[in-house]
Design a protein around this ligand. Structure first.
Ligand code: HEC
Length: 674
């Protein structure tokens, strides 16, 4: 059927001309049958329209959706809008009043006859909005919205859940995960399905099993009552014909010290295949046992079809932060490339028990490097540092004496942009980061205080000295000049952008913390006033960057890969991204996904520093066209056809760019000249 459509593109259905789902369709293939833009003419692409949200910088990461002749997107402050997809002219705008900042990767569209809805996440709320008018659908949930902090058997107002990746539709169900805090307290990462008409909860899968449920014995007895996360934040895929939803999960909380969650911790770091009608588990694959490295599954799965022994096999491909591609039979979870078990060292941190073995895919080869070795070091700084850190490859537990190398780093390997699959050729396109980071643990000496709460809850991001890591994480030095206790407490309780909220700090803890942050005063608390303080804390996310800000490892620092899923071999692999001032093709960190078309092209922006949108020949990775965006396109593009014209749209925000680089909030549409 697919081949047939390729030969006769005029037979495309309306849906084939749209981009109706985050990831392109329920399978998450990021594949389009459109062929108007092809290898022969892509060099002529030009800007057809731009839509400036006018809200400035935001690490938004939104991939818009397109249905009919309407494009739906989000502004950096979480306003939902509808545009004429051919001209970029605004049709309507919806402001929930909740607002927000930081990642909000997309939207959900659902229709039944005349009832056409957009589901949009605003922090912990999901709103149903009429796709034609932009008005709230009052009959959904509580006056048009539901609150995903509810129904977790924990006090809703004390939970922090933010929907950074949109849910997915199966029949009349909206299935969602969410982003949760990575340290305790954190709610359980249950996967839930809501009725699209009423907002009623229809099923719920406990990712942290309760007594009597499968996997319960992989945790301490009462862990389900106090531990959290094991959440699906990166998005899901649905096999509509079979009624199966695939949900990859992240680590359990706290993510770096697991003494209170000894055991393998199912279903953290697991690819789950659930019955989409009922939420019942069909099969699962746990990629990391007892994760103490934050090795979340960072990408949505991609449903593919591969050839095995002359037969077609429906499979699910899942990429990882470690740089692995796992491939499983979609129905029974059988691995399509062998998995091998390997042994790993024990943890020397008191209370911690690391898993002795982990399972690794034998094929395809990893798309990022695995171990930092002396021959890879770049420059004197790197050599001087290398003697002070431990480097042993994957799954070496963090210690308290030296920092440990994590390679690829905390941001992969693969990231949230996901992978694109070309059903014509069996090639999977994956962009990846390829730089090491380092990290370690430090003991929290007995008792709690303002400073200690800061170090455990805030220091992991804002740094031990409060200097942050601008522009992505602000410095808190001199904060008293711009914030008072009330405004600081509000941010701490609610979170902001990528910062999670801390709604469950006691008032004594909040008092001590705000005194410390604003005045440096270190008020000591009695044990009863600060119950959740862990014994060891994480010392921070440290990219292995030299004093000039460049990775201390030889390039490539970022790559774009085409992997043949029939054979497990690489079709091609290129450095991806540039630091403009170096004038070299080093590859750089990149965030945002690819898309592939029947027209023979891979479109991707993603590169952090050169602000480019690119089109590659999908057969060989040859660059056929590029264009400099108003800000780096740290988001995933879409393509669609309206009025006989094919467009490619990317949201340019500069969300991951350096402070001095241009940022913004502009949707840019490209098309061939008319
Ligand atoms: C996961 C990383 C992370 C953690 C943990 C975190 N923050 Fe943040 N914080 C951020 C980021 C990112 C921002 C910027 C948010 C935005 O505006 O988009 C921020 C913003 C802030 C701001 C606003 C800064 C300004 O200039 O107005 C304050 C204040 C703040 N954080 C305090 C804290 C405190 C106190 C804690 C601990 C209770 C904390 N943060 C924990 C990442 C974090």
């Amino acid at each position: 059927m697919m081949k047939f459509l390729f030969l006769f593109p005029f037979l495309l259905s309306a849906a084939d001309r749209d981009w109706p789902t985050y990831g392109g369709g329920p399978e998450g293939m990021r594949y389009s049958l459109l062929t108007q833009i092809d290898r022969s003419n892509v060099a002529k692409l030009q800007v057809a329209w731009t839509f400036d949200t006018g809200e400035g910088r935001g690490d938004m990461q939104t991939q818009p959706i397109v249905v009919g002749n309407v494009l739906y997107g989000l502004t950096p402050k979480y306003r939902l809008f509808a545009l004429d997809a051919a001209t970029g002219k605004e049709l309507w705008r919806f402001d929930s009043g909740v607002g927000g900042r930081g990642p909000n990767r997309g939207l959900v569209y659902w229709a039944d006859g005349k009832d056409r809805r957009i589901f949009t996440a605003m922090q912990s709320f999901i709103y149903a909005v009429d796709a034609q008018t932009g008005k709230v659908v009052e009959g959904f949930g509580n006056g048009g919205r539901i609150d995903v902090r509810e129904n977790l058997d924990r006090p809703a107002e004390k939970q922090s859940i933010v929907l950074t990746t949109p849910g997915i539709i199966y029949k009349d169900l909206l299935i969602v995960g969410g982003r949760l805090p990575e340290s305790l307290p954190s709610p359980p990462g249950d996967i839930r399905a809501y009725d699209v008409r009423t907002g009623r909860l229809r099923w719920q899968f406990h990712t942290i099993p309760r007594p009597g449920e499968f996997g319960y014995d992989t945790w301490p007895k009462d862990a389900w009552t106090y531990t959290g996360s094991a959440n699906c934040w990166a998005g899901m895929a649905v096999d509509e014909r079979r009624g199966i939803v695939y949900a990859p999960t992240g680590s359990a909380a706290s993510d770096f010290y697991g003494a209170d969650r000894l055991g393998d911790n199912l279903f953290a770091n697991t690819l789950l295949a659930l019955d989409a009608n009922t939420g019942k588990r069909l099969w699962h694959f746990q990629a990391v046992k007892h994760d103490i490295w934050d090795r979340d599954f960072p990408s949505p799965p991609t449903l593919v079809t591969v050839t095995r022994g002359g037969k077609r096999v429906d499979a699910v491909a899942q990429t990882s932060k470690q740089g692995f591609v796992y491939l499983f039979d979609r129905v029974n979870g059988d691995p399509l490339f062998p998995l091998a078990s390997a042994r790993y060292p024990a943890s020397d941190v008191p209370g911690e028990v690391a898993a002795t073995t982990q399972v690794l895919p034998s094929k395809p080869a990893p798309f990022s490097r695995q171990t930092l070795t002396a021959d890879m070091l770049r420059g004197e700084w790197a050599k001087s540092q290398f003697a002070k850190i431990r480097s042993g490859g994957q799954f070496v537990p963090f210690g308290t004496e030296k920092e440990t190398v994590i390679f690829p780093g905390f941001d992969g390997g693969a990231e949230w942009g996901g992978s694109a699959f070309d059903p014509q050729t069996g090639l999977l396109y994956v962009n990846a980061n390829d730089i090491p980071w380092t990290a370690g643990l430090a003991e929290n000496k007995a008792g709690s205080s303002g400073r200690k709460i800061y170090l455990t809850s805030c220091g992991t991001c804002h740094g031990e000295q409060m200097a942050g890591s601008p522009p992505s994480i602000p410095s808190l030095i001199g904060l008293a000049e711009k914030r008072d206790v009330a405004s600081l407490s509000a941010i701490i309780r609610q979170g902001a952008g990528r910062m999670p909220g801390f709604p469950s700090l006691s008032s004594a803890e909040m008092d001590a913390l705000t005194r410390f942050v604003l005045n440096g005063e270190d008020k000591v608390l009695a044990a009863s006033e600060s119950p959740t303080s862990p014994k060891f804390r994480f010392t921070g996310y440290h990219r292995f960057l030299d004093p000039k800000g460049y990775p201390g490892v030889n390039p490539p620092w970022g790559t774009l890969n085409a992997i043949n899923l029939n054979t497990g071999e690489y079709a091609w692999r290129i450095p991806f991204g540039e630091y403009p001032e170096l004038g070299m093709n080093t590859g750089t960190e990149n965030y945002g996904g690819p898309l592939v078309t029947a027209g023979g092209l891979v479109f991707i922006a993603a590169t952090n520093f050169d602000r480019k949108m690119h089109a590659y020949d999908k057969r060989n990775g040859k660059l056929l066209w590029e264009s400099v965006l108003p800000a780096a396109g740290n988001a995933s593009p879409v393509t669609y056809q309206v009025g006989g014209r094919q467009y490619v749209v990317i949201f340019a925000t500069g969300g991951k760019a350096r402070a001095e680089e241009k940022a913004g909030g502009v949707y840019v549409a490209f098309a061939l000249p008319q």
